[in-house]
Write a protein that binds this ligand. Structure first.
Ligand code: ATP
Ligand code: MG
Length: 466
């Protein structure tokens, strides 16, 4: 009896806490001719990292979203590496390596080349813990030592099968523990393990499901989709900063409109951003707002897909604009002067958002700047335009104003006037100032202007996406 017990203890790897029998299954080895990953899409630095680790006797693979994107033939935006070397061991192998995080340490290896520095995130295989909370609690080292695991365990604690593949650049082989490659071929997004249990562990996975479905165009497997209807409310308990990060990723995925539709279909949009509640309720009165937001998102998607940057402040400024306009109008009709009415409306709009996901301060100031610039585009007299053009955030305010023109909220001639004004030489600018003077009512407030004009139907959705 005693010897049996001792044998059992000895069989255990002291570094690894094995908790799931299923996680120890052997992976499928997929050779190059089947996965067809193009090595040209690899980051040279990521390959350097796996190579250096392998030379030092460790296992090292490119992992996660990068392998998924490579298998789709897309160039990954960042590269993660997984290894059986501990963070300290990793750090010793690279000159520019920094330990990040306390509970689960990972290593950022930075490479400086032309353009932006590239960070390769290196993480040690992590154990699958039945009750992760016990092991990652505030306590110290012993727990931390315990969380390193085998590659099989590392695979089982990832979210979707297509996110749990490991690629070895030296042998050009993919290790696939959960049938990710088969799911890629079936264009299916499937949660590893029991979906309901995995959503309870981390409700953000429901948002990730929607985001990846939008990005890849894959269908959610029915068992992966089914529990979301019931468990969606668990998102209420997720800290607002984490929700914000996830929503930001969703909006910046290059497929934001599709993702927002996905949120709606999954019943996940309520309470994330009050704004999403409005725009996704198809009532007639939200049509104008929908058109504006749809155009803004189409514009964002297009920029991201063509590799241009998008500022989060700009994006949120557009998403909240319909709400802001409503508040602004209400204030004006109470007799408030135009500019104070706008500023008061900005406060209200931002405060409303705090009920769900709070928008971080750094974006809030961008939003305020973009919004408060809007009435200034209509004051084309004296030195105003010359001063406006000098504002540090002019470009963002101008782009925003063009969106308003595109939906017919603002007279498109004003947008054209500014486009000409930016391009003109000093003499040309004076001429444009003279022409603006002759137009009637160019200093009218948007609130008054709107009341006078019949509401125009905004541009149809088809042209918004082009
Ligand atoms: P993206 O292209 O948006 O970066 P990604 O798949 O790389 O997509 P990350 O958030 O960078 O997503 O995460 C990297 C990997 O870590 C994922 O592919 C997945 O394997 C794992 N992962 C991330 N978040 C979770 C989570 N909440 N639950 C389980 N696994 C996760
Ligand atoms: Mg990633």
């Amino acid at each position: 009896m005693i010897t049996k017990f001792i044998k059992r203890i000895l069989r255990r790897d002291p570094m690894v806490k094995h908790t799931h029998a299923s996680s120890t299954g052997a992976p499928k080895r997929i050779p190059k001719k089947s996965h067809r990953i193009d090595p040209h899409l690899l980051s040279k630095n990521a390959v350097k990292v796996t190579h250096t680790l392998q030379q030092a006797g460790y296992e090292a693979f490119i992992v996660g979203g990068a392998v998924r994107d490579l298998a789709l033939g897309i160039s990954p935006k960042d590269f993660d590496v997984a290894t059986n070397a501990t963070p300290d061991q990793v750090q010793r192998l690279f000159r520019k390596a920094r330990l990040i995080g306390r509970r689960f340490q990972i290593v950022h290896v930075t490479f400086f080349g032309k353009g932006h520095p590239e960070i390769i995130e290196v993480s040690t295989f992590r154990a699958l813990l039945d009750n992760a909370g016990d092991h990652v609690a505030e306590s110290g080292r012993i727990l931390r030592d315990n969380v390193w695991g085998s590659q099989g365990e590392d695979a089982a604690r990832r979210d979707f099968t297509i996110n749990a593949m490991y690629y070895d650049p030296s042998s050009e082989t993919v290790l696939d523990y959960h049938g990710g490659m088969a799911d890629m071929q079936k264009k299916t997004l499937r949660m590893i393990g029991d979906p309901a249990k995995r959503y309870r562990e981390d409700p953000v996975r429901m948002l990730r499901a929607v985001r990846f479905a939008a990005k890849t165009g894959f269908e959610l497997d029915s068992a992966t989709r089914a529990p979301i209807a019931k468990l969606g409310k668990l998102l209420n308990d997720v800290p607002s900063a984490r929700l914000f990060d996830e929503i930001l990723k969703l909006l910046m995925s290059g497929y934001s409109w599709r993702a927002i539709q996905g949120l709606k279909e999954a019943g996940l949009h309520h309470g994330l951003l009050p704004l999403l509640d409005h725009i996704l309720d198809d009532g007639e009165d939200s049509k104008g707002a929908n058109d504006f937001v749809r155009l803004a998102l189409a514009n964002t998607d297009e920029r991201i897909q063509s590799g241009k940057s998008v500022s989060a402040g700009f994006l949120f400024a557009t998403l909240l604009w319909p709400d802001l306009l409503k508040n602004w109008k209400a204030n004006s009709s109470k007799g408030m002067a135009n500019i104070p009415a706008l500023h008061d409306a900005m406060d209200d709009t931002i405060a409303t958002q705090s009920s769900g996901m709070t928008i971080q301060r750094r974006f809030e100031s961008d939003m305020r700047e973009i919004w408060s610039m809007q009435p200034r585009f209509e004051r084309r007299v004296g030195r105003y335009p010359f001063r406006l053009i000098e504002s540090p955030r002019f470009r963002a305010g101008y782009d925003f104003m063009l969106l308003r023109c595109a939906t017919g909220e603002l007279n498109p001639a004003i947008g054209q006037w500014w486009t000409d004004f930016i391009a003109a030489d000093p003499a040309g600018q004076e001429e444009l100032m003279a022409s603006a003077k002759n137009e009637s009512g160019n200093t009218a407030s948007p609130a008054k202007r709107r009341r006078r004009r019949k509401p125009k139907s905004a541009i149809p959705p088809e042209s918004a996406a082009s």
